[in-house]
Design a protein around this ligand. Sequence first.
Ligand SMILES: *[C@@H]1O[C@H](CO)[C@@H](O)[C@H](O)[C@H]1NC(C)=O
Ligand SMILES: *[C@@H]1O[C@H](CO)[C@@H](O)[C@H](O)[C@H]1NC(C)=O
Ligand SMILES: *[C@@H]1O[C@H](CO)[C@@H](O)[C@H](O)[C@H]1NC(C)=O
Ligand SMILES: CC(=O)N[C@H]1CO[C@H](CO)[C@@H](O)[C@@H]1O
Length: 291
Amino acid sequence: MEEEDGERGSRYFQMASCGQDNQIKLWLILFADSVGIELKYKCTLSGHSAPVLACAFSYDGQMLVSGSVDKCVIIYETNTGNILHTLSQHTRYVTTCAFAPYILLLATGSMDKTVNIWQFDHKQACSGNIIENESKIAVENWSEEDVLAWLHAQGLTDLVGIFKMNNIDGKELLNLTKESLTNELKIESLGLRSKVLRKIEELRMKMESVSVAIPDEFLCPITRELMKDPVIAADGYSYEKDAMENWINNKRRSSPMTNLPLPSLLLTPNRTLKMAISRWLETQQEHSETT
Ligand SMILES: *[C@@H]1O[C@H](CO)[C@@H](O)[C@H](O)[C@H]1NC(C)=O
Ligand SMILES: *[C@@H]1O[C@H](CO)[C@@H](O)[C@H](O)[C@H]1NC(C)=O
Ligand SMILES: *[C@@H]1O[C@H](CO)[C@@H](O)[C@H](O)[C@H]1NC(C)=O
Ligand SMILES: CC(=O)N[C@H]1CO[C@H](CO)[C@@H](O)[C@@H]1O
């Protein structure tokens, strides 16, 4: 998929390929004057539990990143094949990944409709230690510049001057009301005031939905809804009872997850999971009562 320069007298490239067999293979392409071009298999990198959809080398070729149907991103050390990191923040298939040139940033894209940006800890850059995923910076932690960038993105460029003068950062942005927009920021246009309030409300809603994101293992793979009565099917995955019974009653004897035939149609309650879900629901309620 990607190639990289090497030095060894004769020029060579490294190539990585990934496939439905859950594996990544590394290849060497040698350009030697005498034999022309030679392709050599180098090694196989495993670690994914489902087809691998994308892989890419870091700019120096020291690392390889891959994304898979198993929703994970794995970063390998190219020379040893060791796994440096397994990132499991995405909630759906990871379909693409790329390293930034020259700086240690990594982007991963997924069917969960998000792109995550990963930054490596510079002190331990060689071992590739990741400290944060930037895409999730909370609005309350936005700097004044972040707020101005947001205004631009919302088509509220007219307000940039006023916000800049009043040093509005993320915290203050979330705190703005009709009154403070009128009296403190002195925004005269009612239309502008309404528009910015609407956009702030959208931001608040997005934050809420992030904070109550349901853990993926609590969602039924068929309905993508929170399970009430999870059952384990013969494929080893847990599903909502009704959804799985419907699935089977529709004469489908294959696993919704793997598409392989189900060795049995027996459904066993997953009590551990059911308990975990009700515990989680309780903590969510406590949380919403205190906020
Ligand atoms: C905002 O930043 C502070 C300190 O940097 C951190 O402790 C806090 O968790 C952050 N808030 C959120 C919601 O990420
Ligand atoms: C948010 O608003 C409240 C009441 O309007 C005020 O007391 C508080 O200081 C504000 N916080 C910030 C960070 O502006
Ligand atoms: C119950 O579901 C959880 C989460 O999907 C899973 O980790 C666990 O293995 C299941 N229990 C059994 C006995 O299969
Ligand atoms: C360091 C950091 O911000 N990590 C966050 C990355 O995103 C996940 C959610 O997708 C958070 O749980 C982590 O705290």
